[in-house]
Write a protein that binds this ligand. Structure first.
Ligand code: ZN
Ligand code: ZN
Length: 234
């Protein structure tokens, strides 16, 4: 431990004493996400569409993938974007609760232990530089770092860039989302060429953002692109 690390650790210890962490779900003192609230997350469990990862009555391709399949190789998510997980992600993104990356990243690591995906390098979905400046951090990059550490894969944070600021996707239809993010990403990093990429984001809604990223990654010759998100909208 360096002197700087030591000072940081002491500072954090003092802050925890003065302002002990509280669970974002039940407000209980002790940690940012208590075990009880974490156990209440509803996991996205099989059977799933093998391609887009939507829950299905059987593990056959869903109607959307039969009709208009995404180019991305596949999408998987840990839990539904509801209740406490939704609240946790909201605080993680908008209230500077960056330490939530540790328990949230661990959920992704736990999923991976049982259901790993084809991957050689982890790439977070980038924010536009203006948004990054405003927020100070990219929540997807924080998750990617935690996951990368736990599964032993390198993380490329500059490989993919968002070249166009996009509107928030919240109130858009599926078609509008697709148009909103199309051509929003560029990849110029040759280290991603021929690689099996694992794309990381906090939430998957229609998959439009992940698809736009995967198209940019394919353009530089990525061998495969799988996406893995913490949460998934129903
Ligand atoms: Zn709790
Ligand atoms: Zn599907």
């Amino acid at each position: 431990m360096t002197a700087v690390d030591l000072v940081q650790a002491i500072k954090k210890g003092l802050l925890d004493l003065l302002f002990p962490p509280r669970c974002v779900g039940c407000r209980e003192v002790g940690s940012l996400l208590c075990a009880k609230c974490r156990d209440e997350f509803e996991l996205v469990e099989p059977p799933l569409c093998p391609h887009c990862g939507r829950p299905r009555p059987s593990d056959r391709l869903c109607p959307l993938c039969q009709r208009d399949p995404l180019q991305i190789d596949g999408i998987r998510s840990v839990a539904y974007f509801d209740g406490t997980l939704r609240e946790a992600i909201h605080r993680f993104k908008y209230y500077n609760l960056q330490d939530l990356a540790i328990p949230l990243g661990k959920l992704m690591g736990d999923y991976w232990e049982k259901s790993p995906l084809p991957a050689e390098i982890v790439v977070p979905v980038p924010l536009h530089p203006d948004r990054l400046r405003e927020r100070g951090y990219n929540q997807a990059a924080l998750l990617a770092r935690e996951l990368g550490k736990s599964i032993g894969l390198p993380v490329s944070e500059n490989g993919l860039v968002r070249v166009r600021a996009t509107r928030p996707q919240v109130d858009l239809t599926a078609q509008e989302r697709k148009e909103n993010v199309s051509d929003a990403f560029r990849c110029s990093n040759t280290e991603l060429k021929e690689k099996r990429i694992l794309l990381i984001d906090d939430v998957c809604t229609t998959g439009a953002t992940l698809e736009a990223c995967s198209i940019a990654l394919r353009q530089v010759g990525a061998r495969s692109v799988w996406a893995f998100t913490l949460a998934r909208a129903r």
